[in-house]
Structures are given as C-alpha cells and as structure tokens.
Design a protein around this ligand. Structure first.
Ligand code: PEP
Ligand code: MN
Length: 339
C-alpha cells in the first residue's frame, strides 16, 4: 500500500501519519521524490486494509499494490532508482556502468594488473571474488580474507570501487568493510536470512538472479533487502538454466526490459556467467545494452588460460578493450552513454 502525500503537507500531519503506521505495527518506507513524498506501508495486509488511510490529514491518494513485491515495484516508485556507489559512480542513471575484473582474486599481481587494465579501458568498478561459491569442494574456493585484503589494496592503488561476494551472514561485515557493493550470488538468491541481514545494512547490494528463479522470485528477494531498510539494491541477470547445452546458462535478454518495467531498481547484465563462453561475451553485452541494461559485469583476466576459475568465459584485457569500444556505440545509439 502506498500513501501519496499532499504537496503542502505539514510536518505535524506527516509525523501523525508515520506514528499511526507504527502504532499498527506496520513499517513505513518513505520516498521523497521531486514532486511528491510517498510512504510505502508494508506488513500484515489485514491490518493495512482495515485502516481508513484516505481519511488521515495530509494523505492525497492511497494506491494498493497488487503485485507481491511492493517496495521493488514501479508503482511504489516511478522514477528509476539511482544507486550511489562511491568515487562518483552511480548505477541506474543515463550512464551504463561497466564492472570488470577476474572471477576470483588470485594474487596481488593478478588483481592489480586486472584493475589497471580494465580501468584504462573504461571500467568503473572492479570485480573479484574472495569467497567463491564452487560446485565442487575440491575446486579453488577463493583466497577468502586474504582476497579481501588484496581487493582493498587494488582499490587504494588503482582507485576503483569494488564489488565482491558474501556467501554467508558471517562474511557480510567483513565484506562490507572492503566492498562498495556486496554481491549476493545466484546460489544465495533465496537465502532469506542473508538477504534480511544485508537489508539491515546500508551498503549497496547486487542481487544475482538464481539459476532457476523467475523474475518474480528475484524481485521478491530484492523485497527482502528493501523491506529490511536497505534501499540500495541492484538486480543482475546472469542467465538461467535451460535445456540448452552449448551455453553455460541462457542469458534472458527479455528479463532486462521486463525487470525495468516491473521495478525501479537498476538492472545489470552478466554475459560472462550468462554464456560461459569468451566469444559470446561481446555480442551478448551489446544486446544487453541495447535492451536497456544499466550496467554490465564482465570477467576479465590478465591471462585467462591460467585462471583458477571461469577462465573459459574470461576476456583478455585486449578483448575487453574491444568490448568497450563496441558497447559505447550501442549505448550511444540507444540514448545512453559510457564515459
Ligand atoms: C560470480 O559473479 O563470480 C558468480 C559466482 O556468479 P553467480 O552467482 O551468478 O554464479
Ligand atoms: Mn565467475
């Protein structure tokens, strides 16, 4: 349920509305737009429905959101959410933000070289996994805390904000100390306890679509983070599992405009995990930007053939340069920019 407040609402009226919401043990989510302030109310739907919100002074309109996700919905917020990352980087505005770096942080030299190479070619955010969710317990699990330290070093030396994954609640604080964006991976998309805890933080969260998740399920997961108080959520389409075997996953291009129409949250596309194949990353990146993605997340390794994870889908720095050049043209053609 959304209360659209009158333009000239007094402070006293506003406070009374918030007080009433809290008295009913419901949660107010305030969003101050340029034109109007709106208050989203979440909590027990029976209590919500019984109240005569229309009659509260200062309320202009009451909108009932029929979708199961509320705070994530376009009905709740008409304008696109723009998430401030730091270093002047913002995701969700007119600029398409490119996130790049290796799948895993492997060594000081590897992450510093990767950071330097991608920054030089226009990446705005550095990626690199310290805690890695691997199918096999015998595969490289990431450098863990040491990986976080190296990311911190790369951030300082090269000057790019970083994104890295937290696999568990126990890792969240540690990851948040270094990361500018906390990544919640596909395998954890419905780890509701993790989502709730990330929701109690202020740090931006990038939530990746689960490999068997519908868009509605992705948005419901985003709702967990939002309803716990963290408005800084970025959605990521990274491919879903289908019967197709030539690609690692099937990147759902249609999810990009669909999510953008259902939600005000920024949408990033990950063509690396989406395809699993280096030679498909550029064309699928172009398609993603054409379809309206607010960002791309691309795996780039100084020496992909030596990568400890996801080498087959990692680009060389030179290929990444080619990607940037081509993606800039598509961005321009669809009225976006990449600086
Ligand atoms: C990743 O980005 O490194 C990753 C593990 O992605 P996903 O959770 O989408 O598989
Ligand atoms: Mn990877």
């Amino acid at each position: 349920m959304i209360l659209v407040l009158r333009k000239n609402i007094s402070e006293k009226e506003f406070d009374a509305i918030i007080k009433r919401i809290e008295e009913l043990k419901l949660k107010p989510h305030i969003s101050r737009g340029e034109e109007r302030t709106i208050v989203g109310i979440v909590g027990d739907s029976r209590t919500k429905e019984l109240e005569h919100w229309e009659e509260l002074p200062g309320v202009e309109e009451v909108i009932r959101i029929l979708k199961p996700f509320k705070l994530a919905s376009r009905e709740f917020k008409k304008e696109n959410s723009v998430i401030e990352i730091g270093n002047g980087v913002r995701i969700g505005g007119n600029e398409v933000i490119v996130i790049a770096g290796p799948c895993s942080v492997e060594s000081e030299e590897q992450i510093l070289t990767a950071a330097r190479e991608v920054k030089k070619r226009g990446a705005k955010i550095l990626r690199g996994g310290a805690f890695k969710p691997r199918t096999s317990p015998y595969s490289f699990q990431g450098l863990k805390e040491k990986g976080l330290e190296l990311l911190k070093l790369a951030k300082k030396e090269i000057g790019l904000p970083v994104i890295t994954e937290a696999l568990s609640i126990a890792q969240l604080e540690k990851v948040a100390e270094v990361a500018d964006i906390i990544q919640i991976g596909a395998r954890n998309m419905q780890n509701f306890a993790l989502l709730e805890t990330a929701g109690k933080m202020k740090k931006p969260v990038m939530l990746k679509r689960g490999m068997m998740a519908t868009m509605e399920e992705l948005l419901m997961s985003a709702e967990y983070v939002l309803s716990n108080g963290n408005p800084n959520v970025i959605l990521c389409e990274r491919g879903i599992r289908t019967f197709e075997k030539y690609t690692r996953n099937t990147l759902d291009i249609s999810a990009i405009p669909m999510l953008k129409s259902l939600s005000h949250l920024p949408v990033v596309s990950d063509p690396s995990h989406g395809t699993g194949k280096r030679n498909l990353v550029i064309p699928v990146s172009l398609a993603s930007v054409a379809a309206g993605a607010d960002g791309l997340m691309v795996e780039v390794h100084p020496e992909p053939e030596k990568a400890l994870s996801d080498g087959a889908q990692s680009l060389t720095p030179e290929m990444f340069g080619d990607l940037m050049e081509r993606v800039r043209k598509v961005a321009k053609a669809v009225g976006r920019e990449i600086t």
